[in-house]
Ligand binder design. Structure first.
Ligand code: PMV
Length: 320
C-alpha cells in the first residue's frame, strides 16, 4: 500500500535569498510566508518488490532528472541503506516556474517518508529535513502565516497566525509556465558572491521581519503590504545587480505590478509579491479577491489566474 502525503506551496512575504551554509542548505536570513490552500503536491511512496533503483513519476510522466534531489531527501529521512522506492508526485500547478513547487514537493516528501518509517519525527525535525531539500520547504510544514528563524544548528519555524485567524486571500497571475532559466539555489549563490547590495540585504532583514511580525499580530494589512512590497523589490534589486544579472520579470510581470498599484491607489486592500520567476502574487482581503482576480485576469500577458485561501501544513493523507 502506498503512503501519501499532501503539502501546499508557501509564498514568502519577507523573503529568503542567500545561504549561510551551502553544504547544509541553511538560509542566511529568516523569512515569513503564507501557506496556500488551493495549490498542492500530493506524493505517494511505495516499496515495490524487487526494485533496484528509485523510480519517479511527476504528473504521471517519468521524471528521472528530478530524482537525485528527491532521493537525497529520502536518504536524509530514511538513511542511505533504505529500500528503493517508487515515488509518484502530482502537483496541480506549474512546476519550477516561481510558484514554490519545490517547497510543496520536499515538504510532502519528508512527511511521506517519515510515515513510511513509523511517523515518529516531530514537525520541527521534519521541517529541518525539508529545508535541506529546498530552503523554503521548511515553511510548508506549517499552515497560515509562518516564520522561519535561524538557530545555530538549523532553522526553527513557528506559526504566527493559523489559516482561519486572519483569512487573507492570494491571487496568482501566471504570466509564463516555462521552467525558469536559473534555479533559485544557483541564483542566490551568484547574488551572495557578486551583488554589491547583498550585505545590505542581510543587514536589513531583521528589521523587515520585525515590522511584518508586528503587522501580522495587529492584522494591519496596509502595514504588512508596505513592508512585503519593499522586501520583495529589495530582493529583486539584489538579483538584478548580481553578475550575471538575474531578471525573472517579463513585461507582463510589470503590467501586473501596475494593476496592483492602481487597485491599491483606488483603496482596494491588495499588495504584490514576486519570487524567482515571472508570476505575480497578489495578497488581498477576502472582500477584494473577485475584483483583484478580474483586474489581473484582464492584464495583458496574463495567461491564467490561480486563487487560494490560506491552508494547513503538510500532512499524511492515507497510511496503510
Ligand atoms: O526554497 P528555494 O531554495 O527554492 O528558495 C526560494 C527563494 C524565494 O522563493 C525567492 C524566496 C522565499 O523565501 O521563498
Amino acid at each position: 500500500m502506498p503512503i501519501t502525503a499532501l503539502a501546499h506551496p508557501n509564498i514568502a512575504l519577507i523573503k529568503y535569498w542567500g545561504k549561510r551554509d551551502t553544504g547544509r542548505n541553511l538560509p542566511a536570513v529568516g523569512s515569513i510566508s503564507v501557506t496556500l490552500d488551493a495549490l498542492y503536491t500530493r506524493m505517494s511512496l511505495e516499496i515495490p518488490d524487487s526494485l533496484t533503483e528509485d523510480r519517479l513519476t511527476l504528473n504521471g510522466q517519468p521524471a528521472p532528472s528530478l530524482l537525485p534531489r528527491l532521493a537525497a531527501c529520502l536518504d536524509s529521512v530514511l538513511g542511505r541503506e533504505r529500500p528503493r522506492l517508487s515515488i509518484d508526485s502530482t502537483s496541480n500547478f506549474p512546476v519550477a516556474a516561481g510558484l514554490a513547487s519545490s517547497a510543496s514537493a520536499f515538504a510532502a516528501c519528508v512527511v511521506a517518508a517519515d510515515a513510511l518509517d513509523g511517523g515518529e519525527r516531530s514537525r520541527d525535525v521534519l521541517s529541518n529535513l525539508a529545508g535541506r531539500g529546498s530552503g523554503s520547504a521548511a515553511r510548508s510544514l506549517f499552515g497560515g502565516f509562518a516564520e522561519l528563524r535561524n538557530r545555530e544548528d538549523g532553522v526553527e519555524v513557528t506559526t504566527l497566525l493559523g489559516p482561519d485567524e486572519w483569512p487573507v486571500e492570494v491571487v496568482v497571475a501566471v504570466t509564463s509556465e516555462h521552467k525558469k532559466a536559473v534555479g533559485s539555489g544557483e541564483a542566490m549563490e551568484i547574488s551572495r558572491q557578486t551583488s554589491p547590495f547583498y550585505q545590505r540585504w542581510l543587514d536589513e532583514q531583521e528589521h523587515d521581519l520585525a515590522v511584518a511580525r508586528d503587522a501580522i499580530a495587529a492584522r494591519d494589512f496596509a502595514a504588512l503590504g508596505r513592508i512585503a512590497e519593499h522586501n520583495c523589490l529589495k530582493m529583486h534589486s539584489v538579483m538584478w545587480t548580481s553578475r550575471p544579472p538575474m531578471v525573472y520579470w517579463t513585461s507582463a510581470t510589470v503590467a501586473c505590478l501596475e494593476t496592483v498599484r492602481d487597485l491599491a491607489a483606488g483603496g482596494v486592500p491588495v499588495f504584490f509579491t514576486i519570487d524567482a520567476g515571472p508570476q505575480v502574487k497578489a495578497l488581498c482581503l477576502p472582500e477584494a479577491a473577485d475584483r483583484v482576480a478580474r483586474a489581473l485576469g484582464e492584464t495583458p500577458g496574463v495567461q491564467r489566474i490561480l486563487r487560494s485561501k490560506l491552508g494547513e501544513g503538510a500532512r499524511v493523507l492515507e497510511a496503510g
